[in-house]
Ligand binder design. Structure first.
Ligand SMILES: Nc1ncnc2c1ncn2[C@@H]1O[C@H](COP(=O)(O)OP(=O)(O)OP(=O)(O)O)[C@@H](O)[C@H]1O
Ligand SMILES: [Mg+2]
Length: 283
């Protein structure tokens, strides 16, 4: 029987009928439209199911995670990385760690086998050791100097890494604590270059922040909202932060706000720019 899957997917039952009618198995793309349920209701996925079946990352795509502190940003980054094929990377993914201490980062690095390094570029690898699946670039803070000098030191290390990852192409830079990197360490120009020109180079930037509205010290470039293919938003009680949802584009910011305010701690509203489409990911 001749079957044309292109024109035969109006009803939910069609994939089953087409599959039964065809002698060869058919692979149905997990189409973005499938995220939206009956009457436009935003579907909810168990995190394990989302990571295994919905999460699909391509070279050069940017990822943003935004929610208040202690809401699971870093944990979600590790979850995503563990479900991301990075075999195409020219340099293994690099997480830039600006905090002096973070047990979730330390646990994550150990769990995924990323190599913790203090400076960039990484020290040469002994020939008998396998290349690490990624790096945690965690420069030690200078505790004997004033904060400005310490910031210059940290910024210099991260700037070198961002520069190389951008120009090498086919890389993933992970800027956990984007507010700190951008507003405190003055790395907004480097981050902006990634957001605006990285996609074509295959240079993806994964960024996470808890202070999207900014402070007197500085703000986060609007590209953190407008350039990612993948955006994860957590519940945020601060209306000033929610105001920035309008910068995502493509989806009514009121719908985003309404959905986000219905989330529990550790849950995410996931928005994929193609479509655009969205779903809720459980804790
Ligand atoms: N889905 C989850 N279920 C249960 N606990 C979680 C979940 N995600 C994170 N946690 C726990 O919540 C705490 C904060 O998580 P995490 O460090 O990932 O948050 P964060 O948003 O990155 O925090 P910060 O803003 O301080 O960097 C940790 O103790 C972590 O183990
Ligand atoms: Mg964190």
């Amino acid at each position: 029987m001749a079957t044309d899957p292109e024109t035969n997917h109006l009803a939910d039952i069609d994939p089953i009928v087409v599959q039964l009618a065809c002698p060869r198995p058919i692979h149905f793309m997990s189409k973005s439209e499938l995220f939206t349920g009956f009457l436009g209701k935003v579907l909810r996925f168990d995190r394990a199911e989302f990571l295994a079946e919905r999460w699909d990352y391509r070279p050069g795509e940017h990822v943003s995670l935004i929610c208040p502190t202690q809401n699971g940003k870093t944990t979600m980054i590790w979850d995503l990385l563990q479900h991301t094929d990075t075999s195409w990377c020219n340099v293994a993914p690099v997480m830039l760690v600006a905090k002096p201490k973070d047990p979730v980062v330390a646990r994550g690095l150990a769990a995924v086998g990323y190599r913790e390094i203090r400076d960039w570029p990484p020290p040469p690898r002994a020939p008998w050791r396998d290349p690490p699946p990624g790096y945690g670039l965690w420069p030690p803070h200078l505790t004997e100097v004033d904060p400005a000098t310490n910031n210059i030191h940290l910024a210099g290390v991260f700037r070198r890494a961002l520069h190389q990852l951008f120009w090498k192409g086919n890389t993933i830079a992970i800027a956990d604590e984007t507010y700190h990197l951008s507003a405190v360490l003055d790395l907004a120009p480097e981050l902006t270059r990634h957001w605006t020109q990285g996609a074509g180079m295959g240079s993806g930037l994964w960024s996470a922040t808890q202070k999207p509205s900014g402070t007197q010290q500085g703000t986060i470039p609007s590209f953190m909202y407008s350039s990612p293919t993948h955006t994860f938003l957590g519940r945020d009680p601060d209306a000033r932060n929610r105001k920035r949802f309008g910068e995502i584009g493509g989806i009514d910011p009121r719908q985003i706000e309404e959905t986000v305010m219905g989330l529990q701690r550790f849950e995410w509203l996931y928005i994929h720019r193609n479509g655009p489409t969205m779903c809720i990911v459980s804790a």
